[in-house]
Ligand binder design. Structure first.
Ligand code: NAG
Ligand code: NAG
Ligand code: NAG
Ligand code: NAG
Ligand code: NAG
Length: 543
């Protein structure tokens, strides 16, 4: 006997008009050794015919229908419409008939062999199925109201539970309530105790109704590219028997439903999914709402969601945003380029500003005496020539008086004599820069060869930085000494006569830039100018 069969198989029609419950069922199963009775159901009161005699028959098969009498067996008694067995035995199986006038009833009795080792017999069990957390009720309903039931006892798996007076169980079902519940009714008859039992097989199930719900938003817009494939996944949470369907309208040939899959989630629910595959998406697939419906098993509950396919906008950025972005990018680039150009053009000014701002002074720790050694070499005097004026007057006026540098000017401070080359070397070593005023006449000067050796040393040993001032334009640089050709071109400054004269002219700025960084002390007193020949080395060498 399984769950669900109970209501039909064991349907008792109960009539409480008489003391015992009559039996309408045709086939009755009963346990060997228990008290049992058959009772005719007198449906209408006028059926009662007091004068009519009641007869009971049993079909024994071979001998045919035999009338039962009180004398035939002490176990079997009659009264009114009832036939009692004290107790019923295996041999009592068979068909029984009730006859009263024209009225008859018939039953088929099936006596089941008792299981001697248990309080119940598995073949004689009623099933009860109950959902977990729903009400479970087991009452030992007493069919023998007219007879004296001495005691009713309730057993669960053959262990006594509840009280003896009116045993019953009523609670919300739990899985541990599963088991065999046996009601034992004890009756006395002629001083003997008889039992009648009824056993329920209680099964606790989990068939609570779970409403199916499609997961995700109700309406989804999916961007697609024409010609591509797409898989739309519809998932729902609910019961195991839920069913998903894709409603795809007039079925296009490129739309396919795949098999439904399901998995059990940790909360005991089921996750059902079904894929809708659209191959080679075309215009017809666009702007159509694909409907996904999930239904519970009996279809009384459902949930839906929709998916719409939209063509992918290839330029996803709105036009005006794009334009503004481009303009901003161009502007930023222009600004950056301008800044770079300005930086390049005014790098000298910037560098000078930076030096000034930071108060840099690189002359403090190198142990040198002069900021620059100025060489202006001219073979043929007069000393009143332009180069001479520039080297001996203009340069010191600006660099020494105005910008506070300390110069050693060969023509001014060193008297040419015998050991000139040695002295030059010594002075160059004490100077941070070597300023050479180039002119055509310089190129032809014999002294330049002597100077050149010093120059070379300075360049190669990187003890000194050289600044070339191109006083008169040089058409042919090939005549320059090899060492000077190594100089970077930015270290060559061009003197542009009157244009270069003001203190804030580009020439002076460039020259300052090439000069060592020094905190400016403008307008020095003339007395502070230290002529080169005051240096002890030079004095030693006889100058
Ligand atoms: C009662 O039964 C007797 C004998 O079978 C019959 O003669 C009589 O008519 C019946 N009475 C009614 C009311 O059916
Ligand atoms: C009791 O019910 C359970 C669940 O339906 C079933 O598996 C079992 O066989 C039943 N026991 C008997 C003795 O019928
Ligand atoms: C049950 O039986 C016992 C023994 O015969 C008796 O003493 C007792 O009164 C009975 N109980 C009922 C409720 O009949
Ligand atoms: C009747 O049931 C009781 C338990 O309720 C038991 O002790 C007794 O032996 C049973 N009697 C018969 C005849 O089965
Ligand atoms: C569909 O989605 C569900 C839930 O997100 C997921 O469990 C399932 O694996 C997906 N199916 C496929 C084929 O991707």
């Amino acid at each position: 006997m399984h769950c669900g069969q109970l209501p039909l198989t064991f349907l008792f029609l109960i009539f409480v008009s008489t003391s015992e419950t009559c039996l309408l069922r045709d086939t009755i199963s009963v346990l060997e050794g228990e008290h049992f009775y058959l009772k005719h159901c007198s449906l209408l009161p006028e059926d009662k015919n007091e004068t009519a005699t009641i007869k009971w028959f049993r079909d024994t098969g071979s001998q045919g229908r035999v009338e039962l009498s009180s004398s035939s067996s002490s176990r079997i008694t009659f009264h009114d419409y009832v036939l009692d067995f004290w107790p019923v035995e295996l041999g009592d199986s068979g068909s029984y008939f009730f006859q009263m006038g024209n009225t008859t009833s018939e039953w088929k009795l099936n006596v089941i062999k008792r299981n001697k080792h248990s309080c119940f017999t598995e073949e004689h069990i009623f099933s009860i199925c109950v959902n977990v957390k729903e009400s479970l009720k087991i009452t030992c309903e007493n069919r023998f109201s007219g007879k004296l039931v001495n005691r009713t006892t309730l057993y669960k798996n053959c262990e006594k539970i509840g009280n003896n007076k009116n045993p019953f169980l009523q609670k919300n079902a739990d899985f541990k309530d599963q088991g065999y519940y046996t009601c034992v009714f004890s009756l006395y008859h002629n001083g003997k105790l008889f039992n009648a039992t009824k056993t329920y097989n209680v099964t606790v199930t989990d068939h609570r109704k779970i409403t199916p719900v499609v997961l995700g938003p109700q309406v989804t817009h999916v961007r697609v590219e024409l010609g591509k494939d797409i898989r739309l996944n519809c998932s729902a949470s609910g019961d195991e028997k839920d069913r998903i369907d894709w409603n795809i309208g007039n079925r296009s040939r490129n739309v396919h439903e795949e098999e439904q899959t399901k998995i059990k989630t940790s909360e005991g629910k089921w996750r059902t999914s079904k894929i809708l595959r659209i191959e080679n998406i075309n215009e017809k697939n666009l702007n159509f709402s694909y409907e996904c419906v999930v239904q519970s098993r009996n279809g009384d509950q459902n949930s839906k969601s929709f998916i719409l396919l939209k063509k992918e906008d290839l330029d996803d950025i709105p036009g005006h945003v794009f334009t503004r972005g481009m303009i901003a990018a161009v502007l930023i680039s222009v600004v950056v380029v301008c800044l770079v150009i300005v930086g390049v053009i005014y790098r000298v000014d910037l560098a000078l500003f930076y030096r000034h701002f930071m108060g840099r002074d690189e002359t403090l720790t190198d142990g040198k005496t002069y900021d620059a050694f100025v060489s202006y070499l001219k073979e043929c005097r007069p000393e009143s020539g332009e180069e001479h004026t520039f080297a001996v007057e203009t340069l010191p006026r600006v660099l020494e008086k105005h910008f506070g540098y300390k110069l050693c000017i060969f023509e001014r401070d060193v008297v040419p004599g015998g050991a000139v080359v040695d002295e030059i070397h010594s002075l160059i070593e004490k100077s941070r820069r070597l300023i050479i005023v180039l002119s055509k006449s310089y190129m032809s000067n014999e002294v330049r060869y002597e100077l050149e050796s010093g120059l070379h040393e300075a360049l190669v040993e990187r003890k000194i930085k050289i600044i070339l001032i191109e006083f008169t334009p040089l058409s042919d640089f090939t005549v320059l000494p090899q060492s000077l050709k190594l100089l970077k071109s930015h270290r060559v400054l061009k003197w542009k006569a009157d244009k270069s004269l003001p203190h804030n002219s580009r020439f002076w700025k460039n020259l300052l830039y090439l000069m060592p960084a020094k905190t400016v002390k403008t307008y020095r007193d003339e007395s502070e100018v230290l002529p080169c020949f005051c240096s002890p080395d030079l004095q030693k060498s006889g100058l």
